[in-house]
Design a protein around this ligand. Sequence first.
Ligand code: ARG
Length: 577
Amino acid sequence: MKPASLNLESLLVDRLAPAFAAVAGGPVDPVVRRSRHADFQAEAALAVARRLGRPPREVAAEALDRAVLSDICTAAGVAGPGFVNLTIADDVLDTLLTRMAADSRLGVPPAEDPETVVVDYSAPNVAKEMHVGHLRSTVIGDATVRLLDWLGHRVVRVNHLGDWGTPFGMLIEHLLDLGESTAADELSIGDLNSFYQAARTKFDADDGFRQRSRQRVVALQAGDEFTLGLWRRLVAESERYFLTVYDRLGVLLAADDFVGESRYNSALAPLTEELDRLGLLTGSGDAACVFPPGFVGRDGEPLPLIVRKNDGGYGYAATDLAALRHRIDDLGATRLLYVVGLPQRQHFELVYAVARQAGWLRPPVRAEHLGFGLVLGPDGRKLASRAGDSVKLGELLDEAVARAEALARAKSPELDPVELAEVARAVGIGAVKYADLSSERTRDYVFDWDRMLALSGNTAPYLQYAHARIRSIFRRAGGGPPADARISVADPAERALALELLDFGVVVGTVERTLEFHRLTNHLYEVASAFSTFFERCPVLRADAGTRASRLALCELTARVLRQGLYLLGIGAPDRM
Ligand code: ARG
């Protein structure tokens, strides 16, 4: 048995596996799951029976006969077509819960083999407004960083800013046209999207401007100081804007985490030469590609990763190869995570394949693309503003907070203005993040204000409200549970809550592997729902002293799980709302 493990599932697996193995004559996963008919159920008998050509109920009965369970279960029986139903003894639940309550980490041990993980996320583009895709990346990346960090990994945050490339020719020329030289220090490019659009429009319509823009790119790439100065201003102005968004969102990304594409410029030529030496490069003229085996396009033709373009310039893919090498060789990462929309899946698969061919990416290092779907409007199409263009993140977040404030004001008129502002921020921003994280990552989801801000259902406000409700119980009780409180469950609602709470570490472990945060949101929702049933059925403050202490301790453990879970999602848990 694993020392101090609160994991009931693995405890049962440890007991059942040898029993099933004896019946089957070989190793068997007992397939233990939570069940609606008992606390847990083991499903292995069905598959074993098929293999042995025996009746499943008979196999289940025989395995049950051999398994040592009496110290864990009060009931164990064969049910239905051949399931083993298992009921955990109350005193086992009591012991595990009391242990969990006494642990500052809620029974979740730090990783046995902590590793260096690079998380590449947010990554907006200079001189452009962030869009909702960047919002998804930022929110999912932030949760990834928090969870892996809590588990003891060394997490390196990387904001792979799009700060290089041909558009900078036109952007810099546009900046000059606006009279940069007159306003030497006071650079304001104002609304980033219109700045970009204006440059683009001129580029498309005006031959002279296009000509100047091309020359400007050449000057930029040649390292012309005047041009680089203008470029740096554009980057600095954009970084300032992105940092205000991160601040509003309450994510951990900071100025130090900006590692723009331009940082890899000097590595691109040597990297290309190395690919050439390895015999991987196929070229014609200035263009150079790698064709990793196994990648074909829709037309059946082999797919290239374009390392150097026709014009001799290096692009997005070469930069990603250089970044990957830097993360492995210089940062010592063994897990590389890329939180980027699904349309870039093939790009990353090609990059990883080439890096493997070149021998840069090999076990134990893994690279994973954490792809995500689109954010849709109520019409089922890509979320857009009323005018039809892309939604501005700042305005979206303002609206979230304003809506949350109206709700909080109506629900809790007693909050003072400072508290109201805090609650509005936690609830509004939390609702937006939760709506994102509670959707399956690879799916599209519909952005729906009313649903994400609802006080009931699988939403941030519902969880935050459950947490605040527990805090209010403590305020009325004049404090939390007594220090020596021992948890003792008896009522079915207490048991149901206990089983959910004990699942927390299991779920966190699953999310560590899969980085599918909807599993954590679903779990927290189950905890909050079980708490709500418990609180309806089981008096806390009116119970006799022993029961009251136990129930207060159960309340506190619930609040801690909710707060920690929300923290891992990057969501605040106000004390009142
Ligand atoms: N800037 C890119 C975009 O907006 C995302 C970059 C993602 N990260 C990377 N290493 N390619 O689409």
